[in-house]
Design a protein around this ligand. Structure first.
Ligand SMILES: [Zn+2]
Length: 188
């Protein structure tokens, strides 16, 4: 029977599903890749790995904040991490930034090493570096337009509230571990 979503793996106890169209695109590329297999296959795989990385960032942030994560779903041009509704705007912000942060943590070293070494003679390696480096950085920078999600719209693109979130994150980082740190619910 045809399903809408197919489980492809499990990360941190969270089931990862791919929409059927993602699998179809994979098959089409795989067939077309007979002539150019060295760049097409790693390119496509990396594309979905970048989306998965972003969603895993949300997952780790949500789990660290104590919110259960139900699933990660991969669609043709975006992904969704499903978790229980955050109690505060601050938690919502932390979880939203987790996606971008995960991409940056990988992209920055990849770009630095890639720029230092230059292009290698291995085409698949070059496309991996390109996808996890500048492509991922680009996606992270244009998060809202490329990954339409009202969740991130609310959490990331409100400058005033974000400054407050960043201030609270810094306060926590520099105030020492174990400090009882109240969650401030910001007025809407
Ligand atoms: Zn996201």
């Amino acid at each position: 029977m045809l399903k809408r979503l197919y489980q492809i793996m499990e990360v941190n106890g969270v089931k990862v599903y791919a929409h059927w169209s993602v699998l179809l695109i994979g098959c089409v590329v795989l067939m077309g890749a007979i002539f150019e297999p060295s760049t097409a296959i790693p390119g496509l795989l990396c594309y979905y790995c970048v989306i998965l990385l972003h969603e895993c960032g949300h997952m780790v942030a949500a789990q660290r904040k104590g919110y259960p994560v139900w699933s990660i779903e991969l669609y043709p041009i975006w992904g969704i991490a499903r978790f229980s509704e955050p109690y505060s705007h601050f938690d919502r912000c932390v979880i939203a930034w987790g996606g971008v942060l995960a991409q940056l943590l990988v992209a920055v070293p990849v770009i630095v090493v890639g720029e230092l070494l230059g292009p290698t003679k291995y085409a698949p390696l070059n496309s991996i570096v390109a996808m996890f480096g500048f492509f991922s950085l680009f996606v992270a920078a244009f998060n809202r337009s490329l990954f339409p999600s009202s969740f991130e719209d609310i959490a990331i693109h409100e400058i005033g509230r974000n400054i407050e979130c960043i201030r609270q994150i810094c306060q926590r980082l520099f105030s020492g571990i174990g400090t009882d740190w109240p969650t401030i619910i910001l007025a809407s």
